[in-house]
Design a protein around this ligand. Structure first.
Ligand SMILES: Cc1cc2nc3c(=O)[nH]c(=O)nc-3n(C[C@H](O)[C@H](O)[C@H](O)COP(=O)(O)O)c2cc1C
Length: 252
């Protein structure tokens, strides 16, 4: 949600006109996280040349040629396509600047507004509390994503697996419960499904594949997850996804 909320509403209307069916609104990143490793490595988005990253690229010529040069030749510096034109090129890795553009004050009224604007499925991402999940459903959400942003924002956040069962109970079948954060193996998918998730999302597991091999790399990462999922299902005696229930979890 941009600070000028109207810009976000315009984006939502563009998404509808482009034929998208579901809108996921991420609510857990009102301000930029303090990513110390990004600062240390000279990483920023959109990319701005600096000595640290220039040295890094010089030491990785193949990556510089096949990734960075390909971007630059094919349309310029990598950028966030969803940023309104006036924000293009303005957000950097510095939390203070990112904060200046994002709305740090969002409320349930904003959920209502989006619900009115968006005719398709509305999914709220970044829910970690059962009461918030229940409230999201009351405000018309079709689904919630139980997510701690991959543990990338608040280092003291609990794991999503720990909060998932309570959120499933709070939602009580009235909406879809989707989960992410920390899923690396097919076995993790089984654990999430066993604890009541309807869907499981992956972030870095598939991004690593993309980074290593583009589209084919992403497909490979998904094929590995699928293979591991099937193997784990076989080992715990579940022939179908529906058969994965919480009794496959050993509780001691
Ligand atoms: C490089 C990177 C960029 C991300 N950008 C966004 C984003 O713009 N919006 C968002 O909702 N989540 C974003 N996320 C978080 C993911 O959507 C997801 O919640 C998280 O990566 C899940 O954890 P996992 O990577 O351990 O699977 C990002 C994650 C990564 C690794």
């Amino acid at each position: 949600m941009w600070r000028e909320k109207q810009l976000s509403y315009e984006l939502v209307k563009r998404a509808e006109a482009a034929g998208f069916e579901a809108l996921i609104w991420t609510v857990d990143i009102g301000l930029g996280a303090n990513r110390e490793h990004n600062k240390r490595n000279g990483f920023n988005t959109p990319y701005k040349a600096n000595l640290k990253s220039a040295i890094d690229m010089a030491l990785h010529p193949e990556w510089a040629l096949t990734v960075m040069a390909r971007y630059i030749l094919g349309g310029g510096m990598p950028r966030h396509e969803n940023y309104p034109p006036q924000y293009q090129g303005k957000v950097t890795g510095k939390a203070s600047q990112a904060k200046a553009l994002r709305a740090d004050a969002v409320s349930w009224e904003d959920v209502d507004r989006l619900r009115d604007l968006w005719p398709g499925k509305l999914i709220i991402k970044g829910i970690m509390r059962p009461d918030d999940a229940a409230r999201a459903v009351e405000h018309g959400a079709d689904g919630v994503v139980v997510s701690n942003h991959g543990g990338r924002n608040l280092d003291s956040a609990p794991s999503t697996l720990d909060v998932l069962p309570r959120i499933v109970r709070a939602v009580d079948g009235k909406a879809s419960v989707i989960v992410d954060s920390g899923v690396r193996r097919g076995g993790d998918l089984v654990k999430c499904l066993a604890l009541g998730a309807d869907f499981v999302l992956t972030g870095r597991a598939t991004l690593y594949g993309t980074a290593a091999g583009g589209e084919a790399g992403a497909a490979k990462a998904m094929a590995i997850l699928k293979d591991e999922l099937r193997r784990t299902m076989a080992y715990v005696g579940c022939p179908t996804i529906d058969a994965i229930t919480d009794d496959v979890i050993w509780k001691g």
